[in-house]
Design a protein around this ligand. Sequence first.
Ligand code: SF4
Ligand code: SF4
Length: 468
Amino acid sequence: MASKIQTAPDEFRDHISTVDEQGKRLWVYPKKPKGKLYDYRKYVSYLLLALLFAGPFIKINGLPLLMLNVVERKFVIFGVLFWPQDFFIMVVAFLTMVVFIILFTVVYGRIFCGWICPQTIFMEMVFRRIEYAIEGDYTKQRALDKMPWNAEKIGKKSAKITIFLLISFLISNLFLAYIIGIDELQKIITDGPLEHKAGFGALLLFTGVFFWVFAWFREQVCTIVCPYGRLQGVMQDKKTVVVAYDYGRGEPRGKLRKNQERTEGDCIDCHQCVQVCPTGIDIRNGAQQLECINCTACIDVCNDIMRMIEKPEGLIRYESEEALETGKKWTFFTPRVMGYTAVLAILLTALTTLLLTRDDAEATILRTPGQLYQKTEQGHIKNLYNISVINKTNHEMPLTLKLIDKKGTIKVIGNELILPAQGIAEGVFFTEIAKADLTGMNSEIEIGVYHGDELITTTDTKFLGPAN
Ligand code: SF4
Ligand code: SF4
């Protein structure tokens, strides 16, 4: 979004900061950040990393906190099991999440990107810090990359690659645990790779992808790939709070000169905010640049400079574009925010209702193909059915079937129907109804699926009988 904030030609918006005019990648060597906000971000990242790694081990009613098993099409969210049959609930949940994200972004901009996004946390708080520890700060990293391959370079690069690979392997295990569950992952680990070639292959593949992302692709995930980043311009407006440079206070910028009275603004054009930026941009070019992940590193470094030159902090700060332009106080309840809040409230109500009224099981009952009906000696009519029941709980359930809206009997053929935990039970049964109770050749009947005395689900089906 163009704004009055710009202090440089708009041409920087024509290309991303990490690609030159020939389309060649410009490697970003950000200066090591430090400061109050960086410390807070570190604490938040420790907490989130602890939760992320603990997640697969946390179980609710024997089910994981989160499992997205796309292979078996089984999904567990907060200990609630969803099957593809719960597709509409998943759609409502997804829409709710999207509206929540939009609402959050309209109000608070890209706080998620800077503080919560796993890509930022792993890149800036794990991999980048290891890089600083091994290769030193940005000037040393640049010098190391330029120097010929000697013992120092080989030693430092091998140490970095080895540690990056090990961490990528760890993240790969974590990622797989969220897909297949920690129990299945433990089997892959304890049984050995030969017993689980596909699982082990997936682990190696994910390790390769994570290593490539964090060792090479880096900030390009945010600036090129991430759809959330691309949509910022649509979601944010002038009232959105973002990391912004106070151009009114900072401009005209000018170098600090000794023994000379300063006539320029507060920005001393030290370029520290540019050097510290992990996506290689200049925040002074204006708010809402698509590459800005709102990491706050430039706020910290500029505050350091302001303290040094004895000016008030906050030349770069969290602020809305409108507040910078007009000096007006930031307001939370704009018409746009109220609109999104209303839609979110409706979706949340729908989602809660769907979740509360969801059955523990779902049954599909179909007449056995190729069968008509049979007459018994008593003159009753029998139909043969196939049943398939999905268990949405983590408990095994022996099942019984009863007619709900008609008198008659149901007899399961073969073994008792036992519904395994998180599994599917299939069977065949006869339904017998007195001819007098039928409404024609094709009667609607409702069958209840019981666990003990508890009716867990019902389903409608057709019952064939004679014409008269
Ligand atoms: S760090 Fe602050 S003073 Fe230095 S160039 Fe950036 S905005 Fe100006
Ligand atoms: S401009 Fe500032 S907040 Fe945005 S990515 Fe760069 S350092 Fe982080």
